[in-house]
Design a protein around this ligand. Structure first.
Ligand SMILES: [Zn+2]
Length: 334
């Protein structure tokens, strides 16, 4: 335990020092560029360059500026890749979903893990997911997240989706103030630790009417429930757990599993057989934003198909009488 702590502490110190270094270098760089553009020094350098006689100072300015621009584009690229906010189609914002309607024959499924990040189980799960090239969604509890910040960063770095599961995992009735504290504070902590501003929420215990979901919807979160409950929190045997998940799996489905909140040895042990069996059945694994993107595309395609069919149906009747009046099309001059 102590060793774990000192490891986390030393890593945190390194990260902090790194961040401090970046801030300091940015701080040094920005004044340089603004001074150059804003006053006499800038004119002097510009003159020197236009005279075709660059001074060492002008050369170093150019190098700094080039470096600054390169750094900025890297940061922007990284923040886009990290998905500072997940791209959730508008139709799914502020609503509750249990699964997605996916095109026929498209066997995609989303694994979701609740109540972590736990230092042992979550890391074991992340190792398995990485080895089997599976992406999943983690609904984290902020009070646990606080203790396992490094694990949360790994969730994001490994390409998984991180989502809000409140601070305390309370089931009782919430007024708007406590709901705000449970949800907003957790999202803020997720952002502080991982850089991700999540827009996905899952209520503790799946309780829909205690004020939390109402608040989350008002704040435009997508409330994510599930279609296949593994009931792993009751700690069934590994074969039972595997069979249950495989039996309940459906295309577009959302599987509920737990990486925290108690002994999750059996969940970890079930994960490889679950992945293998579902892959054998032709399933591929997606995150919740990816799953919703697939449904959104399908809805748009269906609408486009419907519009095209209606147009086709309407065209002969409407255009038939007007046909003789149509002027012959003269070829355009090149
Ligand atoms: Zn939970």
């Amino acid at each position: 335990m102590e060793r774990d702590k000192s490891y986390i502490w030393s890593k945190a110190t390194l990260i902090a020092l790194g961040a401090l270094g970046s801030i300091l270098s940015l701080g040094l760089m920005i004044p340089v560029s603004s001074t150059v553009f804003g006053n006499k020094t800038g004119n002097k350098i510009a003159q020197n360059i236009s005279n075709g006689n660059p001074t060492p100072k002008a050369e170093s300015y150019k190098r700094i500026e080039k470096f600054r621009l390169a750094m900025l584009s890297t940061w922007q690229k990284q923040s886009i890749e990290k998905g500072l906010s997940y791209k959730i189609p508008q139709r799914f914002r502020g609503v509750t979903i249990n699964q997605a309607k996916v095109p026929k024959g498209k066997k995609v499924i989303a694994l979701t893990f609740d109540d972590g990040p736990w230092n042992i189980y979550t890391e074991q799960i992340l190792d398995i997911l990485k080895k089997h090239e599976v992406k999943a969604t983690f609904f984290v509890l902020a009070q646990v997240l606080k203790r396992n910040a490094d694990v949360a960063r790994r969730i994001v770095d490994d390409g998984h989706t991180i989502a809000n599961h409140t601070w305390h995992h309370w089931y009782h009735r919430h007024n708007p103030q406590t709901a705000a504290s449970e949800i907003d504070r957790s999202s803020d902590l997720i952002y502080e630790i991982t850089g991700v501003r999540t827009n996905l929420f899952r209520p503790p215990g799946g309780v829909l009417h205690n004020g939390l979901v109402a608040y989350a919807k008002k704040k435009n979160y997508t409330v994510v429930m599930w279609s296949a409950d593994s009931i792993d929190y009751k700690r069934p045997s590994v074969p039972t757990l595997v069979n249950r998940v495989v039996k309940r799996a459906t295309p577009g489905g959302i599987v509920l599993l737990h990486d925290g909140g108690g002994n999750r040895t059996n969940t970890v042990a079930s994960l490889v057989p679950i992945i293998k069996k579902l892959k054998q059945q032709g399933y591929s694994f997606v995150t919740i934003p990816e799953l919703l993107e697939i449904e959104d595309k399908e809805i748009k395609l269906a609408a486009a198909r419907k519009a095209a069919a209606q147009k086709k149906k309407a065209t002969p009747a409407q255009s038939a009488p007007s046909k003789p009046d149509k002027k012959p099309v003269t070829p355009k001059q090149q």
